[in-house]
Structure formats: structure tokens, C-alpha cells
Design a protein around this ligand. Sequence first.
Ligand code: NAD
Length: 502
Amino acid sequence: MATDDGVPLVSHWIGGRATEGSFARSGDVFDPSTGRLAKQVAYASPADVDAAVAAARAAFDAWRVTSLAERTRVLFRFRELLHARADDLAAIITAEHGKVLSDARGEVARGLEIVEFACGAPHLVKGQFSEEVSSRVDVYSIRQPLGVIAIISPFNFPAMVPCWFFPLAIATGNTVILKPSEKDPSAANWLAALWAEAGLPAGVFNVVHGDKVAVDRLLEHPDVQAVSFVGSTPIARYVYETATSFGKRVQALGGAKNHMVVLPDADLDLAADSAVNAGFGSAGERCMAISAVVAVGGVADELVAKIDKRIRGLAVGDGRGESDMGPLVTQAHRDKVAAYLDAGVDAGAALVVDGRDHVVDGDESGFWLGPTLFDHVTPEMSLYTDEIFGPVLSVVRVATYDDALALVNANPYGNGSAIFTNDGGAARRFQNEVEVGMVGINVPIPVPVSYYSFGGWKNSLFGDSHAYGTEGVHFYTRGKVVTSRWLDPSHGGLNLGFPQHE
Ligand code: NAD
């Protein structure tokens, strides 16, 4: 599909086919490496969302009673197709997000892990059975799907974050509406077409594009049973409060400020490599990116020198080439991140490496900002207080382990934190005392594998359930307990007393 100007149009995917919907509003999609307009994306009206919900609701009745064997057969076929065509999806991600191809392939690989986990759904939804809890009475539990699930995802992982949710939602018998970020929408449609090829019935997986208008209708729609949201903290809080007020089950994952504590006994080469990888991979546009290095007890000078040296060797350029780091997602986001550099200098932080000076191998109209390093950052500076979501790494100097822990725990976010040390006792203490949902010990980006669950604490997650793993299975199902008795000739007569076990 294309607009009247010949620009390719990213349409919705409703009831098993691409559709423009009402097409009253649309947004621009850019190639961040060239700065050029690449596509237009249709923005769903409330009526378009209603059409998607109706399709998902209609598909639910048949999908929920489709046998587990058949559901998982579709899952396995989807897994095979995704595995075989991972490079195609990675290329779409790089073209719209800007992250380098190797990073995009890594994103697809981590999404694939969740699909593989969901292939085990028959085991995951098994209930329990207690025989003879009373005379000839058995009790058993079952888990059943909820209905229509809305998934609202951010720009920074256009494939992996949706994959945190929809494989399990579908495997457990629900139907789905995905509302991806309007900044890089094409991956969602590619995934929808792949589902169709895998044999998923029409209406089980739908995609609507758009902005707040589409999100608001999903949050209030009476036929949407649950919402899985990932995005910035203010929107996550809004989504949680709004959707719960309409009686829905909600998990809303928010923003982050991830710390990496480096103790004096750490391997500083490992720490420097990790800080650079986790600080500047995907241009810092990761919810698990390290943005604050907390240098404890005199390691800062040597650590900063090592990070500085590594940064200067990074190749920044078009993600389709040989670069280490690509552009930022939009010009507006690039300018917002760059403004923090001036704010940091004004606040008195030491600008060690200025990303604006980095020589870039790419079109001059791309949304470029090179890796930036600040030292002597203090907790009241906006460099520290704000989630910058760009290639800006701040070093905060503290005297002791206790100071480092107090700093991390005072932060309103609680997504991930890492400690670098060779002292097992210190690492053990940190894992116990730090107030975050995911902890790395000499691992800078501790994203849990698919059979654990992903999620932060405090302002990084609103709701009770983390994503995927067994928490994901529970989020998309509700429990039912059955107490059953098959009468035999010995059953008694009337008894209006409260049932007791004989
Ligand atoms: P965002 O909050 O701007 O957008 C997220 C989603 O919400 C998008 O689909 C968007 O269309 C929608 N949205 C935007 N404004 C809205 C509004 N006013 N009302 C209703 N919906 C709205 O986030 P983003 O910029 O796309 O993504 C980056 C953010 O996501 C960062 O804060 C990052 O930390 C966070 N993130 C968190 C995790 C996690 O696991 N905690 C993972 C990835 C990204």
C-alpha cells in the first residue's frame, strides 16, 4: 500500500489481512541513518481499534477451545519461520530504528527464545489434582485464557518486546492486539504475516498502529481483558492507572536508570568493556542500558581512562555497514539527548568525551550523536536524575560500597543494576540488598532468560506480574478450582450445613 504521494504506507492488520482502516491521520517513519522519510504509518481511530477488538473477540471463541496440540503446532511453525527469516526481520529493525544489524539480530534471537519457551505451553498450563479430599470427592485446578489481550510496545525493541508477550498470550489461548511504536511500526506487520503463514487463524493476532488515540481506546474497551505495556515511566503509570480503573489486568513496564557499581577489586578491563558495551550498544536506547557507572573508592581515574580509550575506537555509522553504533531513532530524540550535554557542562560535570565531535561514517542528514562520557557527575544533576535514553554515560564517584548501595537504592527507578567485583561476599551482599528487579554480577545487562521473568521494581514496573516466564503464563490465564463428586449409591440426603470433609 502507498499514500497518494507514493510513500509506502504501513497499514493495520485486522482479522488476518492488511487494512488502511479509516486512515484519517498518519505519521512519518524515517530512516534514521539518512534522515529521509521512508514510510507513512496509518494512525488508528477509535473505530479502527473497535474493528480489531471485534476481530480478536470473534476469534477467541474458537481459539480458546483449539486443542493444546494444535496451538503448539502453530507455535512451532512460527518458531521455524522466525528462525529461518531472522535476518529479514533484523534488516527491517535496522532500517527504522537505526541499531546496527548485529544488534538487531541479537534482538530477534532474544525474542525467539520466548517463542521457544511458549512452545512448552502444554506443560506450563497444567493444573494440579488431589484425589479423595473427602469421601469420593476430588479437587483439581485448571488455568484458562482471559480473552483479548492488548500489547502496547516501545520503539527501542520493535520485535523483542512484543515477543515478550504475544507468544505466551497466544499459546495460552488468548487473542491479541499489538499496538507497536509509531516510530518503527513495520516489524509488527512482518510478524503478523509470519503468523498467518504459520497457520494461525485470522483474528488471533492483530496489529493496530497509532498514538494515544489508539492506546486510549484499547485501555477503555470493554472487550479487552488485559494490557501488557512497555514504555516510559509517565506513560506506564498512566496506562496502569487508566486500564485498572476499567477493571483490566495490567502489567506496565516503565523507564530505567541502570547503575553499574565498580568496586576497587574489580577487573577494570572487564568493567570498562562492559560499561562501553552496555552504555553505547543500540546508542543507549535500551531499558537495560548502563547509564551511571558508580566508581567506588579511588578506581575512577583508571576506569575513566580505560572507558575513554575504548570510546574513541568506536565506529559510529549506518547500521547496515560495519559500525559499532548507529544513529538515534528520530531527530527530535537526538536533539533532546544532545541537550543533556550542555546541561551537564552547565551543572559542572566534567565532559571527558563529547559525542558531538565524533566522526561519523554516514549520511550527514542522519540522526547522529556519538558516544559521550561525563565524569564527576553528582546525584542532583539532570545527567543523573533523568532517563536520557541515548549514548551518554555518567561516572559518579563514591567512597564506599555503602555509599554506592545508598545511591542505587535512593533512585526512583529499579530496573537493573550490576556490580563488578572479585569479592564473592560483596556480590552476595549486593544481590541481597539492592532494590531492583534484575541484578548482574560481573554481567552488565542481566536480561533474564525466557524461563525466568523480566521486570523491574519501583517506577520501572506498575502491576504485580513481570513479563514472560511463569509470571507471563499466570498473567495471561486465570485459575479455576473444581471440586467434584460422582455420586455412588451411598450418597446421603439433604444437609444444609457448611460442607466438611469426611
Ligand atoms: P513511550 O512511552 O513514548 O511509548 C511507548 C508506547 O506508548 C508507544 O506505543 C506509544 O505510541 C505509546 N504512547 C506514547 N505516548 C502516549 C500517551 N500519551 N498515551 C498513551 N500512549 C502513548 O516510550 P518509547 O519512547 O517508545 O520507548 C522508550 C521508553 O521505553 C524508555 O523509557 C525505556 O526505558 C522504556 N522501556 C522499558 C522497558 C522495560 O522493560 N522496562 C523496555 C523497553 C523500553
